[in-house]
Ligand binder design. Structure first.
Ligand SMILES: *[C@@H]1O[C@H](CO)[C@@H](O)[C@H](O)[C@H]1NC(C)=O
Ligand SMILES: *[C@@H]1O[C@H](CO)[C@@H](O)[C@H](O)[C@H]1NC(C)=O
Length: 410
């Protein structure tokens, strides 16, 4: 064989072999590790998405092993091919809000008065996700709710370490509150909204803003399957959905440790709760008690699973996990009492479902007005599969419609 042909064959063959092998590995991983309950309506679609996810993770790992690039960079690279067009009814502008990249979406149609404004903090475990990836969601909220949307491109970990994610979101929010009129927005009608990790940042931004009486008060916060506590990873929703794609019980702790750049071997101890000091359990244990869940959710999983005995050497390595700038459910009453009206969105098949239900209870106990939408067929991440051709899920569409309806009703 001519050397050139041989070279081409190798050059083409290697990636194809890697793809094939990673596809087989993804299916193996899926079959051996995941469990989708029979009540879930679209198991095959979900599995296909999950295979693509796992393949991306595996090829990323291989690249990292070969020293080509870091796994997280490879995942971001693949995701960067997912593109959504700007809705022609909108203008968009890429700007810096006090140094934080944002994209502002404004409806082209004239408005009789000033509009509402909504800051969007995207999900992705603080490590992936982007303004581009959430353009479809921004389009939808801006057009359907006739709202100015500010999508915030906070810095990602590991390049930007905790707590810079919520700080970027806070900086962008403060800038927008102070300059809302420039964008035709009524500063008393500003809402923050986040999903998954972005929902976590939203809870913290809202809490931090209670210390700023000099600024207009937020009109509302919208929390979509937000993580709000890292104390108990065995709540009923964690146990019920322990092997559910796209986010399993184990992977939740894994991505949290990756986010904080901590030793991954701590995973099992944290899953068991050995990182929680005894005095912390005494003081705050009630806030994550199964007793605080609505009746029907108490029965899922195994009820309250006790935390494993405290190991100070574990806590010492991850004190950030229980800080209020991550586990926002542990904020004090006088802060929670000042929070704005809240819309909470949960999914049945989601490990962090109970985090949200407990936060809802906490807000209600402190007198905050809360509305709640529960997607019976939802899973973690469903929101970004609303506009994904044949891989779209009705639960994602329904959820987005509910969010739009909430914003319109404010
Ligand atoms: C979808 O959303 C989840 C959580 O919000 C995030 O972790 C994930 O990276 C997103 N994935 C894609 C491909 O949009
Ligand atoms: C966590 O708990 C499980 C079940 O009780 C136990 O088998 C395992 O050894 C524990 N892991 C660690 C690291 O303590």
């Amino acid at each position: 064989m001519e050397p050139l042909y041989a070279l081409l064959l190798v050059a083409g063959g290697v990636p194809i072999t890697i793809l094939l092998l990673s596809f087989l590995a993804a299916i193996y991983y899926d079959v051996s590790r995941t469990r989708i309950p029979p009540e879930f309506d679209h198991p095959l679609k979900l599995r296909i998405i999950f295979w693509l996810f796992i393949m991306t993770f595996i090829v990323g790992k291989i690249c990292e092993f070969l020293g080509i690039c870091k796994q997280v960079d490879f995942i971001r690279f693949v995701i960067s091919f997912i593109k959504f067009k700007l809705d022609p009814r909108l203008f968009s502008k890429d700007l810096l809000f006090n140094g934080v990249p944002v994209r502002v979406y404004q409806p082209k149609a004239p408005s009789p008065g000033r509009r509402k404004g909504l800051l969007l903090f995207h999900g992705g475990a603080g490590q992936i996700g982007s303004i581009d990836l959430y353009q479809d969601i921004s389009n939808k909220i801006a057009t359907a709710a006739d709202t100015v949307v500010v999508s915030v491109g906070y810095g990602l970990s590991p390049e930007h370490l905790y707590p810079s994610q919520y700080k970027d979101c806070l900086t962008a929010t403060i800038h927008f509150l102070q300059n809302a009129e420039v964008y035709g927005v009524d500063p008393s009608q500003v809402v923050i909204c986040g999903d998954s990790a972005g929902g976590n940042f939203a809870t913290i931004v809202a809490q931090k803003l209670t210390e700023r009486p000099d600024l207009p008060k937020l009109r509302a916060q919208i929390l979509i399957y937000a993580g709000v506590q890292a104390m108990d990873f065995n709540l009923p929703s964690y146990v019920q959905n322990s092997a559910m794609p796209l986010l399993s019980q184990e992977n939740t702790v894994y991505v949290v440790l990756r986010y904080f750049m901590k030793d991954l071997s701590l995973q099992d101890d944290i899953l068991n709760g050995s990182h929680v000091p005894d005095d912390f359990r005494l003081k705050y244990g009630k806030r994550v008690s199964v007793d605080n869940l609505p009746e029907r959710f108490k029965r899922q999983g195994h009820g309250q699973v006790p935390l494993a005995p405290y190991k100070p050497e574990v806590y010492k390595q991850v004190p950030e996990l229980l800080q209020v700038t991550f586990s926002s459910i542990f904020a004090e009453d006088h802060i929670i009492k000042q929070l704005p009206e809240t819309f909470i969105v949960t999914c049945e098949y989601d490990v962090v479902r109970d985090d949200n239900l407990l936060y809802k209870k906490r807000l209600e106990d402190c007198g905050v007005k809360v509305s709640w939408f529960h997607a019976e067929q939802g899973f973690h991440g469903v929101l970004n599969f609303t506009d994904f051709s044949f891989l779209s899920f009705p639960a994602g569409v329904e959820m987005l419609d509910q969010i739009v309806a909430f914003v319109k009703g404010l």
